[in-house]
Structure formats: structure tokens, C-alpha cells
Design a protein around this ligand. Structure first.
Ligand SMILES: [Zn+2]
Length: 167
């Protein structure tokens, strides 16, 4: 998935779940961490293949991020100082963003789950294909519906529309 779609999809999911602008911003930053830590692919051939071999292994291993989230939670319990607590929450949401990135990658390729070198995934769409944008739009619609969805309101609009059409 392209970085921009990673950021949009992750942002909408975290915003819907937390309704907090700063946590959402943090998750959007975190949504590119797993790719960022790999650096850009080197031009030189042998260095490239070395990079390629480790692509989407350690950087995309969810257990690392889950362990870091756990550590942040423990630190919050032991150091209840408000500023530190808030910073730890921001870090936690950045890590949640990274986990969502990995989940999104698993839909268009393969990512490790149990060990860093054995990868799993379902190929729902190709990176950059129209289906990727369709998927991103679908997630946005689902989030908007969860957030603002109101069946009664929708029905009243439809009734209104029908009454106009009858005239
Ligand atoms: Zn990735």
C-alpha cells in the first residue's frame, strides 16, 4: 500500500476509535514507521539484494511493536506523572499506527507474524492499483458511518427524497 493510503486509512481508523486529534496525528506519523526504519533501497546491486532480503522482516514484525506498547503501558502505571503519561500515550498511538500499517500490508502482500522470517498474507489488491484506492475509500466510509451513521436520519432523507419525486 502507498504511504499516503497507509496514513489516510490508519488516521481514519484511529480517529474513529479515539475521537482525539493528537492521538490520530501520532498514529498517522507511526503509520509509515515500519517502512521508514528500512530506509530507501540502495542503488548498488549487492547492497540492494541484502536490503531486499530483509525487506518486511524485522521492521514488519508485529511482536516488536506489541512489546513496545506493553512497555509503554507498564511505564504509565509506574510513573503516573501527567506529562510523561501523555507522552507515553502519544508513543503508544504511534506504535498502534505501525501495527495498523503491518495489518494493511498483509492485505496486499506478506508480513511476518510469529517469527520475523516466515511471512503470511492475503493478496486482496496490488500496490497502487485502483482496488487499493477502492479499499481505502471503503474503510473511510465504514469509519464515517460508525462515527456519524444514523439509520433514522438516513431514512428521513430518503423519505424526503421520495416525497419530492412524487410531486
Ligand atoms: Zn510496509
Amino acid at each position: 500500500m502507498k504511504w499516503i493510503n497507509h496514513q489516510i486509512v490508519t488516521g481514519f481508523i484511529v480517529c474513529t476509535a479515539t475521537d482525539n486529534a493528537l492521538f490520530t496525528a501520532s498514529a498517522i506519523v507511526g503509520a509509515v514507521i515500519p517502512d521508514r526504519v528500512e530506509g530507501s533501497p540502495p542503488k548498488e546491486s549487492s547492497a540492494y539484494w541484502k536490503w531486499r532480503k530483509n525487506h518486511r522482516t524485522w521492521s514488519h514484525w508485529p511482536l516488536i511493536y506489541i512489546a513496545l506498547i506493553g512497555a509503554a503501558q507498564v511505564a504509565q502505571i509506574y510513573y503516573p506523572e501527567p506529562t510523561l503519561n501523555f507522552v507515553l500515550s502519544l508513543i503508544t498511538y504511534a506504535l498502534v499506527g505501525a501495527l495498523l500499517h503491518i495489518a494493511e500490508d498483509a492485505l496486499c502482500g506478506k508480513v511476518p507474524i510469529f517469527t520475523p522470517h516466515k511471512k503470511y498474507g492475503i493478496k486482496l489488491f496490488k500496490v497502487g492499483a485502483w482496488t487499493e484506492y477502492f479499499f481505502a475509500a471503503l474503510i473511510i466510509l465504514i469509519c464515517l458511518f460508525i462515527r456519524f451513521g444514523d439509520i433514522e436520519l438516513l431514512k428521513s432523507y430518503l423519505d424526503l427524497l421520495r416525497s419530492y419525486l412524487d410531486l
